[in-house]
Design a protein around this ligand. Structure first.
Ligand code: HPA
Length: 269
């Protein structure tokens, strides 16, 4: 499937069907769209082939507009592998962001923390990920471009810029490695102990397929996690999606500031 029909729908509503930075919002982080000026909103249902998520806390909208003078395309919601066991479900949305002109993608998600110093409500900049699930969104691709170099998956210059703006804004920004568990069940305490031994700092059920697809498409990537809970077995609080959504609201304040200041600096760099 290609994105030509999607681009037709997008062009029918705006004379400016372009964006420089694509942003994907994770569970409970949708209120970030308040920061976008001159919004043009498309429901995923109106974009042929766009996957609709069944997860509460994701709205399934594409929003075009500006933040600090930068043209952005924001996906308020994403599908997860655990919904339909479709590992490349996010390919068309990412291809669409690229066709709109995006060269940079910022991914956000909610995650559990394996690091006792990174607490619920705090934000972590991803430095890398561990895909231990045995699956890749590039399974059905052909040709040599499928052998994507993941050495610089999380762009060093974008990461430096996030660290710089966090310092300027006096926002605590941790750094860490994201360990992808496909979900939808939360992890067992033994799985979390294993993930920690393997080098994980965060656990979550998204982001990794999108990062691989984005790199395949030649897009630069940065990713931020909002910690919504300590990972399974690390405290005595039961894990639930309701708790994820509730705690994501605490982290959204810093996340919004970080993204807005990042875009301000991005335009001058
Ligand atoms: N595990 C997996 N995904 C998550 C978690 C978690 O603890 N918290 C938020 N998303």
């Amino acid at each position: 499937m290609n994105d030509s029909k999607i681009l037709e729908v997008i062009k029918s509503k705006t004379s400016k069907p372009i964006a420089e930075v694509g942003i994907i919002l994770g569970s409970g982080l949708g209120s970030f769209i308040e920061e976008i000026q001159d919004k043009v909103i498309y429901s995923f249902e109106d974009l042929p082939g766009f996957p609709i998520t069944s997860v509460e806390g994701h709205k399934s909208q594409l929003i075009l507009g500006q933040i600090n003078g930068i043209d952005v395309a924001v996906l308020q919601g994403r599908v997860h592998y655990y919904e339909d066991a479709n590992i490349d479900a996010m390919k068309l949305p990412l291809q669409t962001l690229k066709s709109l002109g995006c060269s940079t993608i910022i991914l956000t998600n909610s995650a559990g923390s394996l690091n006792p110093n990174a607490s619920p409500g705090e934000v972590v900049l991803l430095t890398d990920h561990i895909n231990y699930m045995g699956i890749s969104p590039l399974f059905k691709e052909k040709g040599n471009t499928r052998f994507v170099n993941m050495n610089d998956g999380y762009d060093p210059l974008l990461r430096d810029l996030f660290l710089k703006v966090a310092k300027q804004q006096n926002i605590l920004l941790h750094e860490g490695v994201y360990f992808w568990f496909c979900g939808p069940n939360f992890e067992t305490p033994a799985e979390i102990r294993g993930a920690k031994i393997l080098g994980g700092d965060l656990v979550g059920m998204s982001t990794v397929p999108e990062v691989i697809l984005a790199r395949y498409l030649g897009l630069k990537v940065a990713a931020l996690s909002v910690v919504t809970n300590m990972a399974s077995g690390m405290d005595d609080q039961p894990l639930s999606h309701e708790r994820t959504i509730e705690n994501a609201k605490k982290g959204i304040i810093d996340l919004k500031k970080l993204l807005v200041s990042f875009l301000e600096s991005f335009s001058t760099n």
